[in-house]
Design a protein around this ligand. Structure first.
Ligand code: ADP
Length: 480
């Protein structure tokens, strides 16, 4: 960004003694500001004559002595004075006049020097003030130009006296256009903004409006606040514009998350309610069925518990590094720990689950619990999405200076179009499986967030019918 001051080219807008004229406007770093006084007034000030102080020889200094000599010669001739007398008189007069002139000149020099000193000190002072003002101006304009919020200041007649780059962008104004001195209603054709400016100008109440600004193909939500600034004389208006796109996106994600969580909680709860009602009816007549329904209630409760536990893990993973204790750890130990809880499940499903040990010790930088969660989620997914007789293999290898843990299965696989989306919260490829496959739909989202918090990355290579290979890259322990 350049902070050099430059004059903006003129425009044809109105100009009154109070109103700014773009002839005199300054722009720096994308901020245009109209000066508070008109160009004519500024010129009148700069044309003020500096007090004359320099020494200049005068014609009288030559004419005076010559005239005196002539008068002396004439007087002497008239008085018939001899040549010697004439010379004495002339010399005496010259001496007298010369002495007077020398004294006069010396005095004038002294006056000139002190006047010059006064002017020089004053000029230095003004220069210092100018430099201070200039650097203050540069600081203000660079702060305004770096702001993500748009700022527009209006005169009491609602003419633009200051506008920054963000305001131009948020109001979809072309950046090369001339706006200073022009009425806001001429430049911005958004009735809500013009109305808010009118109302704020008439009363002392701040106005807040939310508008949608169409900028080519983009429709941008913008929050607009109009304040009356009483500190300026006469009071000006200040418009502050904020881009609401990100806030609305976050709000949409939050709403979607709440909708997903409610839905996920509602399903097991509805099942529990249904089973409980049935148990009530069956407990007398059919104790066997009642026991079955009670077991189902237990299962649904487990599911609810899993879901809540996973959501808490996700919240922890999303809060980033802060909650993790990142240290050197043996990843293979963590894998073996995870394997112990899955071997019975894999055995029951007739899946061959194994770890192929690495030749070198696998020391990575990670939080132990996070590494265990990542490993458990990937192994659990691999077992759940592999049919009986399939294989799940966990290996570690060196790559890019770190370690890659691979969890490979020969299960159902994932089509390419879903491979990005499976890392989103509650995204499932086969939505019909959710009720009975035991997944919560947030396992991979936890894996992605935890891996990111550990400074690593996760990816998948998969093809439908052939299986999937989930790979997690983690930093090596010796990099710190
Ligand atoms: P879930 O709890 O449903 O498994 P995840 O976030 O762990 O949720 O996984 C999201 C989706 O990704 C799963 O519903 C499934 O469709 C797919 N998926 C994950 N792992 C595998 C895998 N090893 N093989 C095939 N599909 C998988």
């Amino acid at each position: 960004m350049s902070n050099t001051l430059s004059s903006e080219p003129s425009h044809q807008g109105s100009s009154t003694p109070q109103s700014p004229n773009s002839h005199d406007s300054v722009s720096a770093g994308g901020v245009s500001i109209a000066p508070p006084i008109s160009g004519a007034a500024a010129k009148a000030i700069s044309a003020r004559p500096i007090e004359y102080a320099a020494f200049r020889p005068r014609i009288g200094m030559i004419v005076g002595p010559l005239a005196s000599i002539c008068i002396a010669v004439w007087v002497a001739t008239m008085l018939s004075v001899q040549v010697t007398g004439l010379l004495v008189v002339t010399t005496a007069m010259c001496f007298l006049i010369g002495t007077v002139l020398v004294i006069y000149t010396v005095l004038r020099w002294e006056n000139a020097e002190s006047a010059y000193e006064r002017e020089r000190t004053a000029a230095e002072l003004w220069n210092l003030r100018y430099e201070n003002l200039r650097s203050e101006f540069q600081r203000t304009t660079s702060a305004l130009s770096h702001m993500t919020d748009g700022v527009v200041m209006l005169s009491p007649k609602t003419e633009i006296v200051l506008i920054n780059e963000a305001a131009r962008r948020l109001l979809a104004l072309t950046s090369g256009g001339q706006y200073l001195g022009r009425k806001i209603s001429e430049m911005v054709r958004i009735p809500e903004i013009v109305g808010a400016v009118d109302r704020a100008g008439k009363g002392n109440i701040d106005e807040n409006v939310a508008v949608e600004v169409v900028d080519g193909a983009v429709v941008r939500p913008v929050a607009v606040r109009v304040n009356r600034i009483l500190e300026t004389e006469p009071p000006h208006l200040l418009i502050v514009l904020s881009d609401e796109t990100e806030a609305q996106r976050v709000e949409a994600i939050r709403r979607e998350f709440i909708a997903n969580v409610s839905h996920e909680l509602k399903t097991p709860l509805a099942a529990i309610k249904g089973y409980a009602e049935t148990v009530e009816l069956a407990i007398q007549d059919d104790p066997e069925s009642a026991a079955h329904f009670i077991a189902q209630i237990g299962k649904q409760c487990d599911r609810l518990e899993d879901l809540i536990a996973d959501m808490m893990k996700l919240a922890r993973a999303q809060s980033g590094k802060g909650t993790l204790l990142i240290q050197s750890l043996d990843l293979e130990k963590v894998i073996h720990h995870a394997m112990t809880s899955f071997l019975p499940v894999a055995g029951a499903k007739q899946i061959d689950l194994k770890v192929i040990p690495s030749e070198k010790p696998v020391h990575v930088l990670a939080d132990e619990e996070a590494a265990l969660t990542i490993t458990q989620n990937l192994i659990s997914n691999a077992i759940r999405h592999t049919n009986a007789g399939g294989h799940v293999t966990v290996t570690c290898r060196r790559e890019d200076g770190g370690w890659v843990m691979s969890v490979k299965d020969d299960g159902v696989g994932i089509a390419e179009e879903y491979q990005e989306r499976i890392f989103e919260r509650f995204y499932r490829v086969d939505r019909t499986r959710k009720a009975h496959d035991g997944g919560t739909g947030i396992g991979l989202s936890i894996v992605k967030n935890l891996t990111r918090a550990l400074g690593g990355r996760v990816g998948v290579i998969s093809s439908p019918g052939k299986g999937s290979n989930f790979e997690v890259w983690l930093r090596p322990a010796n990099s710190q």
